[in-house]
Write a protein that binds this ligand. Structure first.
Ligand SMILES: [Zn+2]
Length: 228
């Protein structure tokens, strides 16, 4: 049944793309033959047509139908191809239009302050989401939280990754200051967990900072910008 439905959908498209000359010829032959039979019936004249003449006529009509069908299929496929290309270029144009009208933010994360302890200091970052109009739930917001580059709270030097030895596969176990040897025994994932805990405890405060920062960098019009 599905096949029949497909054929039903395709045949009219192909017939639409039959060359006009072939449609005219088919129409003319059908009209002539029908007219001749009607004339014979109405006038009561004897049938004079021979079987092989009728056969030749059928042969010509079949040839015309096959030619029309082939040309129609070819044209229909070409049209579908062209339509696909047009749709694609329309989409590219739409994308370009958005780029022209909107300003681009040069960064995708925003800093919400510092996370600081005795042994580490690091910027608290959050992914920018410009389409946001209401305050998201805490956990949803925490998915966007990230940490900047850690630095030493004592001497302000950048901290380096502190890794386990070869036996432990060099996994990161924390951060260390190569200047004053301050060590922080929490790796990057744990550091982000600690930051998340801090935000969870003071979510209202961090959310207000986030909104304030977004308004500051977009002059209060986040809708005019897109994130790079
Ligand atoms: Zn240090």
């Amino acid at each position: 049944m599905k096949f029949i439905r497909q054929v039903n959908a395709v045949v009219p498209i192909i017939f639409n793309d039959f060359p006009k000359s072939i449609r005219w010829m088919l129409g003319a032959i059908t009209a002539a033959v029908t007219g001749y039979f009607i004339f014979l019936i109405l006038s009561g004249a004897p049938f004079k047509i021979k079987m092989d003449q009728l056969f030749e006529l059928l042969l010509v009509m079949t040839a015309l139908l096959i030619t029309g069908f082939l040309v129609g299929t070819f044209r229909a496929i070409n049209q579908l191809k062209t339509r696909g290309t047009t749709a694609k270029s329309d989409m590219t144009a739409a994308e370009n239009k958005i780029d022209v009208n909107k300003k681009i933010l040069p960064y995708s994360k925003i800093e919400l302050g510092n996370y600081e302890s005795e042994t580490i200091a690091v910027g608290i970052l959050a992914d920018i989401l410009l389409e946001e109009s209401i305050k998201p739930g805490t956990e949803l917001f925490l998915n966007r939280v990230d940490a900047g580059e850690p630095y030493c709270p004592k001497c302000k030097n950048p901290m380096e990754s502190w890794n386990a030895g070869a036996k432990a596969g060099f996994v990161q176990i924390g951060y260390k200051c190569i200047n004053c040897r301050t060590k922080h025994g929490r790796n990057r994932d744990e550091l982000i967990k600690d930051i998340s805990g801090e935000i969870r405890r003071n979510y209202d405060n961090y959310w207000n900072r986030y909104v304030h920062q977004i308004n500051r960098i977009t002059n209060g019009r986040p809708g005019d910008y897109i994130v790079r």
